[in-house]
Design a protein around this ligand. Structure first.
Ligand SMILES: Cc1cc2nc3c(=O)[nH]c(=O)nc-3n(C[C@H](O)[C@H](O)[C@H](O)COP(=O)(O)OP(=O)(O)OC[C@H]3O[C@@H](n4cnc5c(N)ncnc54)[C@H](O)[C@@H]3O)c2cc1C
Length: 675
């Protein structure tokens, strides 16, 4: 997005800064304007985009300001429980006294209402999740009161990380109005240019370039309260070299226009303004200069010294800075397509789903930054997820293939990579889930359970193709996910998968496969035959269709239990023999173990290894007829279905075993038949 902002909108993100917690310069900023004034980068991005809309898109986009959204309009599908947003209720701010509300219906709503850093109410979001911070000042605007979070919560959206609220260590205390609860921010680049922080004794107490949380805690633990306030504060000292690095003209703005810096001619002057003992100040500066020489400050572990300082320096700027509420890491849970999530009961096929037609981006969302956002990452997040939300909202009413599904057996469809998930903990060692956006946000794949797909793409002049069973469900909207091994055993296509990044396109098409029908109140059918028991014969990564079928079947059982018209089902319906060369080749093992422990009466699997490790207690060698008789449905019966997937040689041996055990050809299906 940095590239996009620079190339498409000419936003000059040309200055690179080293901010707190960074291991290298990584935050892009704009240089000062032609008069030397600082250019607030968030404002610049917003203004540029607004100008673009006004000049280029004014006939397509209406911007309404002075309008407060008060509620999301939502309806719920009574059959499925799926929630759908169809607009908002709002109030013109000037009319707030009249309490008159209006509604605006829309295909999509994208919430971008920011955080709740300025919520000082006694029963608001801040007091619920971080009551300990209520007395702190804030750098946030007075609109940041959590409206979007509350509106989302009202319709059942999931909130995440709500207790993670960031204190910025350096809100300026304005000596003319020290008790003002809203603070002007002393940008992190001030410390990034070499400013040092000292307490009222004149001692440094923290690595100024450490994480915001660490520097804030340093001030709270080591400094005194500013007179007449409850705010602990530190002195921020900038010598000439630091001022130059940060930008003299920009500092004039803070000093002359805002009156937030005092000027000190030398160290003695600093001592008289701050009340710090001169001797201590001199010792502090000398120690800092020594540390710079040695490349490390042993006291604070500082190792980056953006500029040098000496006791002989003159013309200092000094400011009073205090930890202030700055950013909310928590908010609405969104997925990688910026769709707002809700929790669904039953964990077989995922614990979340999106609220249809509701997206969110920016500080109103949660979970993007973990416990402590790094400087610069918020605006980055706003643009990254803002773009995604815009794209996916615009793709809502994609009609092509809407009803019949968008993946066809006859033709390849372009899909773009949404995200890559490391699923080692969820599905098993050495696994990755690749999720691709379908063209329409509400489109479905049109695949049946058990059907597989092909993906292909060109790499180094070679067309690479791979076959996968989706890990997402046929009913999932706007997305298809595949599970794969990212090493050479995942096949040649892995080279391509490792290379592509979110936003990259590859081609995908529907293939053959089982095509099972899961019909509520009727049962599971294959080619018109009701199936009550499955026997799975899997070799290596050939286990993936079995995983898909098993998850879908267990989900069917859950729904069936809750149904008013349940069908008869049999216990122990899913049985698997899973053969691999060595233990490492048992792909998606964790997923199978989880199914077995969560559904012991319905799902069982028996692994066999050709080269077992020491202490292996399960099957050894090749799958034999004896294994099949012992672990899969036997004797043959016409409500059984055997599914075979693995290397071709494995599949043909398994077919022979089944034939000689008396299973007719209509009772088993081997995947290689359709590749
Ligand atoms: C002083 C300061 C400096 C910062 N500097 C940086 C920086 O250099 N780099 C960086 O990455 N991040 C920075 N941040 C953080 C970053 O600016 C914010 O996280 C970011 O602006 C959030 O953008 P947003 O669009 O999600 O929300 P906001 O910018 O907060 O905008 C939310 C908008 O929604 C409106 N709104 C709220 N409720 C309603 C409602 N009910 N109806 C209608 N409208 C509503 C508000 O009026 C506001 O216009 C800074 C933050 C502050 C406070």
């Amino acid at each position: 997005v940095v590239h996009w902002l620079m190339k498409k909108f000419n936003i000059p993100l040309t200055v690179l800064s080293h901010l707190g917690g960074h291991s290298a310069k990584r935050t892009h900023r704009a240089p000062p304007d032609e008069h030397g004034n600082p250019v607030p980068i968030g404002f610049l991005i917003m203004k540029t985009l607004k100008d673009y809309i006004d000049s280029t898109l004014s006939n397509q986009i209406t911007v309404r300001t002075g309008t407060t959204v008060t509620r999301l309009l939502q309806r719920t599908d009574f059959r499925t429980g799926v929630k759908c947003i169809y607009g908002v209720e709002y109030r013109i701010r000037a009319d707030s006294a009249s309490k008159e509300k209006e509604t605006l219906e829309a295909d999509a709503v994208i919430l971008t209402t920011g955080g709740f850093g300025c919520d000082r109410t006694n029963n608001g979001v801040m007091s619920k999740y971080r009551p300990d911070l209520l007395g702190f000042p804030t750098t946030c605007g007075d609109f940041a009161v959590g409206d979007g979070v509350l509106m989302g919560q009202e319709i059942g959206a999931e909130l995440v990380d709500m207790d993670k609220v960031q204190l910025h260590p350096t809100g300026f205390i304005d000596p003319k109005n020290p008790g003002n609860p809203t603070k002007f921010l002393a940008p992190e680049a001030i410390r990034g240019s070499g400013a040092i922080l000292v307490n009222q004794k004149g001692e440094r107490f923290v690595n100024e370039l450490d994480l915001r949380s660490v520097v804030s805690k340093g001030i709270i633990d080591n400094c005194a309260e500013y007179e007449g306030t409850n705010s602990k504060f530190a002195w921020c000292i900038m010598n000439k070299a630091t001022q130059f690095l940060f930008g003299d003209k920009v500092l004039d703005f803070y000093k002359d226009r805002l009156g937030l810096f005092s000027v000190a001619t030398d160290l003695a002057d600093i001592a008289s303004i701050t009340g710090c003992p001169l001797n201590t100040l001199m010792k502090t500066i000398n120690e800092y200069a020594d540390a710079e020489q040695q490349g490390i400050c042993k006291k604070t572990r500082k190792v980056v010294f953006p500029s040098s300082i000496s006791v002989n320096d003159r013309e200092f700027l000094i400011a009073r800075v205090t930890p202030s509420i700055h950013y909310c890491m928590g908010g609405l849970n969104i997925n990688a397509a910026a769709e707002v999530q809700e929790i669904i009961p039953g964990k077989v096929v995922g614990s979340h789903r999106h609220i249809r037609r509701l997206f969110a981006a920016g500080e109103v969302t949660g979970g993007v930054h973990g416990n402590n956002r790094l400087g610069g990452n918020s605006l980055l997040e706003c643009v990254v997820f803002g773009r995604i939300a815009g794209f996916r909202a615009a793709a809502l009413n994609q009609r092509e293939g809407f009803d019949s599904g968008c993946l066809k057996e006859e033709e390849w469809t372009l899909v773009d990579l949404r995200e890559v998930r490391n699923t080692d903990d969820k599905y098993g060692r050495n696994t990755r889930e690749y999720r691709f956006n379908l063209n329409g946000s509400l489109q479905k794949t049109g695949l049946k359970v058990g059907q597989f797909i092909a993906i292909r793409g060109e790499m180094d002049g070679e067309m690479l193709t791979g076959y996968y069973s989706p890990i997402t469900r046929p009913d999932d909207e706007g997305v298809i996910g595949i599970l794969c091994r990212p090493d050479y055993k995942g096949g040649p296509i892995v080279k391509l998968l490792q290379y592509i990044r979110p936003g990259s396109y590859i081609e995908m098409k529907a293939m053959g496969g089982l095509k099972l029908e899961f019909l509520p109140s009727q049962g599971v059918f294959w080619k018109g035959r009701r199936i009550r028991k499955f026997g799975f014969l899997a070799g290596g990564t050939g286990v993936s269709p079995m995983l898909q079928i098993s998850r879908e079947y267990l989900n069917f059982l859950n729904m069936n239990k809750a149904s008013k018209e349940p069908v008869d089902v049999q216990p122990n319906a899913l049985n698997m023999l899973y053969a691999a060369e060595e233990e490492n080749d048992l792909a998606f093992l964790k997923a199978l173990e989880n199914l077995e422990s969560d559904y012991p009466l319905d799902f069982k699997f028996y692994p066999l290894l050709n080269q077992p490790p020491m202490g292996w207690t399960e099957g050894i060698g090749f799958v034999t007829e004896t294994h099949i008789k012992a672990h899969l449905p036997y004797p043959p019966c016409d409500d059984q279905l055997f599914v075979i997937c693995g290397p071709q040689i494995f599949e043909s041996i398994m077919c022979k075993h089944l034939q000689s055990l008396g299973y007719s050809q209509e009772w088993y299906y081997a995947y290689s038949k359709d590749v």
